[in-house]
Design a protein around this ligand. Structure first.
Ligand code: URA
Ligand code: SF4
Length: 202
């Protein structure tokens, strides 16, 4: 089976999933999108209102910020994979529960195996903690961890994790937005000069 076919199957499983209570309140599940494989994987927390309405990740206000940050380092959105820890919107954007996160985990694990990212960028404290703690790393606060480089093994490969602030958290906070832009500079360095439609090695 090709990677694309496998991805289509995962997407279909997510869109029809009823494994946790969030299935009852979602409009559309949001599997995530991007090429497989992809050198960079962004992991957010959960779909928000706009994402739930469209079935696509980071298409609301936070998504616009993410697009701008990517453009700032010369990377286009269709070169990277973007998803969330839980694929369905929690009512009123409440935090997902541990049970919901656990129920949704197999989808992200299947996606990692397919995407095989070199660099994983958790967006915000919540995603950072989930990614690092599930790999035996006890993270400090995001204010200390953002922009740092943490090496883990996940799904049979070495992955470089670069936690950053959640784009939505930087709205109206220029200092945090500058830190976020600087951390995208770190992502660009980690990925090296080979990145891009002409130089990528996927
Ligand atoms: N915030 C997230 O964490 N994920 C999205 O997809 C959109 C906003
Ligand atoms: Fe299934 Fe995940 Fe949606 Fe829960 S959040 S219904 S586990 S896809």
């Amino acid at each position: 089976m090709t990677a694309e076919n496998r991805r289509t199957m995962i997407d279909e499983d997510v869109r029809t999933c009823t494994c946790c209570p969030l299935a009852a309140t979602r409009t559309y599940a949001v599997p995530g999108e991007g090429p497989v494989p992809a050198r960079i994987l962004f992991i957010g927390e959960a779909p928000g209102r706009t994402e739930d309405a469209q079935g696509r990740p980071f298409v609301g206000r936070a998504g616009k910020i993410l697009d701008d940050l990517l453009a700032g380092i010369g990377v286009s959105r269709d070169e990277v994979f973007i998803t969330n820890i839980v694929k369905c919107r929690p009512p009123n954007n409440r935090d997902p529960t541990p049970a919901e996160i656990e129920a949704c985990r197999p989808y992200l694990e299947q996606q990692i195996a397919l995407i095989r990212p070199e660099v994983i960028v958790p967006l915000g404290r919540f995603a950072m903690r989930w990614v690092l703690e599930s790999h035996g790393v006890k993270p400090g606060p995001i204010s200390a961890m953002h922009g740092t480089v943490v090496r883990i093994r996940w799904s049979g490969g070495k992955r470089t994790v670069v936690p950053v602030y959640h784009p939505a958290a930087t709205i109206y906070r220029p200092v945090m937005r500058e830190a976020l832009a600087a951390d995208f500079g770190t992502i660009r360095e980690v990925i090296g000069d080979g990145f891009g439609p002409d130089g990528g090695t996927t």
